[in-house]
Design a protein around this ligand. Structure first.
Ligand SMILES: C[S@@+](CC[C@H](N)C(=O)[O-])C[C@H]1O[C@@H](n2cnc3c(N)ncnc32)[C@H](O)[C@@H]1O
Length: 370
């Protein structure tokens, strides 16, 4: 994910960054450590697979770097990375490829395809120097991408990139947040496995939520709270709290609400959420316009209640599909679908009465125990 929307949700930078939003700043580069922390849960599933990083300028992207570096240890079949014509060439970050003499002068979008990383240096193992060597000496590993009349070169929706998508088994990247829905729709259309970064707010997109409800998409394992740091190009303003510049002059911005979105399973996802509280009508009031109880903290779901419950979004960070079923979002048209009747404002938004006053909670998901 990224973009202005990510910035918008960063610690305190909302106002200061509204200018950046208008300018549609998409260049938020994921840190290697964040990639490593998530991929460790899926390593076995990557063996012999074609990995595609399709929003990833190989000159900049740590996704490309991670998979190139670990090509042999993960046992990958192939690694493909494509860059987008409008991605900024931020400069001095990754010497890889620049050294290989492949760095384009302008903003020419590239596809890089690696089928093997041989041990050129005969050291008994491979590293980025071997990847550089390969890129420099094997002309088949890189080629330019062209516009196709509808989309710019390197646009993940362009025909050339869709052909690469068709070849892929697993897509791993941080796509532009503004195109998150479209990005996921393509992954679903072509039946791909994926591991992508997005903003937690995407849960509320109708299309994304339906996938979650149908157990076709869930949140990853390594990020459940807090914020994450992303490198940004040198010309980005650093007004948000938590921004910094390192000794090499690279700029970083911290972003809240970052999550991994995936359809790749792992055993951790099937661990039960421990439930310790007992149901009482006083502590868990029923909504005004749906036969469900309000549970304001996911950790306080009562262990002895089997009816419908409204829980905050953070529940999805703990969701075990063997323990719970997700029924819907109790707001607007989605609310109508699961039987929410009109509230005090005449809307199908969930409401609850406290001290004689009816109010709508900030956001809820309706679940029940299995
Ligand atoms: C959030 S950045 C992430 C970059 C890289 N994946 C990473 O995590 O370090 C999103 C990237 O998608 C690129 N991008 C924007 N629109 C795109 C499109 N339609 N097709 C492909 N890439 C796009 C941007 O230029 C940007 O480099």
């Amino acid at each position: 994910m990224s973009s202005s929307d990510m910035q918008q949700r960063s610690a305190t930078g909302n106002k200061a960054l509204s200018g950046a939003k208008k300018a549609k700043q998409d260049e938020f580069y994921t840190q290697l450590v964040d990639i490593e922390k998530e991929i460790k849960y899926y390593k076995k599933q990557m063996r012999d697979k074609v990995i595609l990083c399709n929003c990833d300028d190989p000159f900049e992207s740590n996704f490309f770097r991670y998979f190139a570096l670990n090509f042999n240890s993960l046992g990958l079949k192939k690694l493909i990375a494509t860059s987008y014509i409008k991605s900024t060439i931020a400069g001095d970050y990754l010497p890889l490829l620049a050294l290989a003499g492949l760095r384009p002068e302008g903003k020419e979008p590239y596809a890089i395809e690696i089928n093997e990383v041989p041990d050129h240096q005969h050291r008994g193992a491979t590293d980025l120097a071997d990847v550089e060597y390969l890129l420099k000496h094997d002309a088949n590993t890189s080629r330019s991408l062209n516009p196709d009349g509808i989309y710019d070169g390197g646009d993940f929706r362009s025909q050339e990139c869709i052909e690469l998508l068709k070849q892929a088994d697993i897509v791993v990247t941080n796509p532009p947040f503004s195109l998150f829905r479209e990005f996921v729709a393509d992954l679903v259309k072509y039946k791909k496995q994926f591991l992508i970064i997005g903003n937690v707010n995407a849960l509320h997109y109708k299309e994304i939520f339906r996938l979650i409800k149908d157990n076709k998409l869930w949140l990853g394992e390594s990020i459940h709270s807090g914020d994450r740091e992303f490198r940004v190009p040198h010309h980005y303003p650093l007004e948000a709290a938590g921004s910094r510049i390192d000794e090499q002059g690279n700029k970083y911005i911290r972003v809240k609400g970052v999550r991994w979105f995936t359809n790749m399973d792992n055993p951790k996802r099937h661990e039960n959420l421990p439930l310790y509280k007992k149901y009482s009508a006083d502590e868990y009031p029923t909504y005004d316009n749906l036969d469900a109880i309000e549970v304001s903290k996911a950790s306080e779901i009562p262990c002895d209640y089997y009816g419908l419950m409204g829980v905050p979004d953070t529940f999805l960070d703990k969701f075990n599909p063997d323990q719970f079923e997700i029924l819907g979002i109790p707001f607007g048209n989605l609310g109508k679908e699961i039987g929410v009747t009109k509230n005090h404002r005449g809307r199908t938004d969930i409401a609850i009465t406290k001290d004689g006053k009816s109010r709508c909670p900030y956001s809820r998901i309706i679940i029940k125990r299995k």
